[in-house]
Design a protein around this ligand. Structure first.
Ligand code: HEC
Ligand code: HEC
Ligand code: HEC
Ligand code: HEC
Ligand code: HEC
Ligand code: HEC
Length: 182
């Protein structure tokens, strides 16, 4: 390449980096947690929301080389780190609320021999923190925690609470229909 072409290439890279990069970067990246599964982050949605502006995050908030980023806790985010640099209730919805917006945790449907059974995160997180269930009773991954009713009656899975004292019992014939579409 002649020097002129190299100069032109450098000028282009300096003047239009974001628009260039925006076309070839990966949209979805995933942040793994041990406790509550993986969190999806969309580059494209964020490039819309903060302008096509890589330095808004790289490398002051998140290093572009992912292994250089530590695992952040929600406490650190509430104090303004990582996602919490913007998700503070002013620039964007707060990490103290809307857990579901980042942690895909809607209803979980189970196919069982006794009809479909449903677990609602919404109902349960009104009363319990994530750590009441994850990762001790359930790995935060759909389908990763198979249990039979016999095991639940001995305190596994839903039976950890649905024992007739913390919540209605898995043994009660009148209550099967609260969980199952029978
Ligand atoms: C709103 C914040 C934000 C903006 C703006 C942003 N990124 Fe990222 N980027 C992230 C996060 C978060 C990660 C994941 C970090 C991790 O996994 O530790 C990431 C990861 C990456 C990775 C590594 C992906 C991988 O899987 O190895 C590359 C490359 C990258 N970004 C490039 C860019 C470029 C180029 C731009 C501008 C066009 C940009 N990013 C804009 C937040 C952002
Ligand atoms: C803006 C997105 C966002 C919101 C909103 C959010 N989180 Fe997170 N959360 C994350 C990301 C990203 C991680 C993983 C961070 C890492 O590994 O670096 C995480 C990690 C966690 C963890 C594991 C680490 C720890 O702190 O123990 C728990 C538990 C958690 N979130 C619970 C919650 C709860 C409860 C809420 C609502 C009160 C919430 N999160 C709201 C993005 C979010
Ligand atoms: C540089 C600022 C900034 C950072 C850092 C940032 N966000 Fe956002 N995010 C925004 C803005 C602005 C919006 C749009 C406004 C809103 O929804 O409140 C948004 C919207 C979102 C949305 C809704 C749109 C969508 O993509 O579904 C999610 C989910 C989200 N952010 C997750 C995250 C996670 C997870 C992280 C950390 C890994 C993060 N954000 C870091 C600024 C940021
Ligand atoms: C009362 C118990 C309970 C609480 C509290 C709870 N979860 Fe879950 N969670 C579950 C169950 C049950 C599953 C499904 C596991 C399976 O299919 O084996 C699940 C699955 C998940 C998954 C995986 C979803 C998928 O589609 O793979 C994520 C992510 C998750 N939970 C995040 C959270 C977060 C974040 C919180 C706190 C805001 C939370 N959970 C609170 C019981 C709970
Ligand atoms: C607290 C909610 C809940 C209650 C109450 C409950 N179940 Fe279940 N049941 C489930 C879930 C969730 C599964 C699927 C578990 C899995 O796949 O890990 C299941 C699985 C089953 C299965 C297939 C597995 C096996 O043990 O053979 C049968 C049959 C069943 N339930 C019958 C019943 C009957 C009968 C009752 C009432 C006496 C009952 N269930 C009460 C939640 C419940
Ligand atoms: C950490 C304790 C805990 C675990 C684990 C748990 N539950 Fe619950 N659940 C409760 C409590 C407490 C209530 C509300 C009190 C009551 O109704 O007895 C409840 C209520 C419910 C309800 C009634 C919801 C409504 O709409 O009113 C259903 C259905 C249910 N749980 C299903 C499940 C299933 C399915 C599982 C297992 C996948 C499960 N629960 C695991 C504590 C738990």
């Amino acid at each position: 390449m002649s020097q002129r072409w190299i100069m032109l290439a450098i000028v282009l890279l300096v003047v239009t980096p974001s628009t260039l990069y925006a076309r070839w970067i990966k949209d979805k990246v995933y942040l793994e947690t041990k406790e509550v599964g993986k969190v999806e982050f969309s580059h494209f949605n964020h490039l819309e929301a903060v302008g096509k502006n890589c330095p808004a995050c790289h490398n002051a908030i998140y290093h572009i080389v992912t292994k250089n980023n530590p695992d952040f806790t929600m406490k650190e985010m509430e104090a303004g780190k990582a996602c919490g640099a913007c998700h503070n209730g002013t620039k964007a919805f707060s990490v103290k609320e809307s857990c579901d917006s980042c942690h895909g945790n809607g209803n979980i449907a189970y196919d069982t021999d006794a009809g479909k059974a449903t677990f609602s995160h919404k109902v349960h997180t009104a009363a319990f923190g994530c750590d009441s269930c994850h990762p001790s009773t359930f790995k935060a991954q759909k389908g990763a925690n198979k249990a039979t009713m016999a095991q639940m009656e001995k305190g596994a899975s839903c039976g950890a609470c649905h024992d007739g004292s913390t919540a209605f019992s898995v043994k009660d014939d009148n209550d099967c229909g609260k969980c199952h579409e029978m």
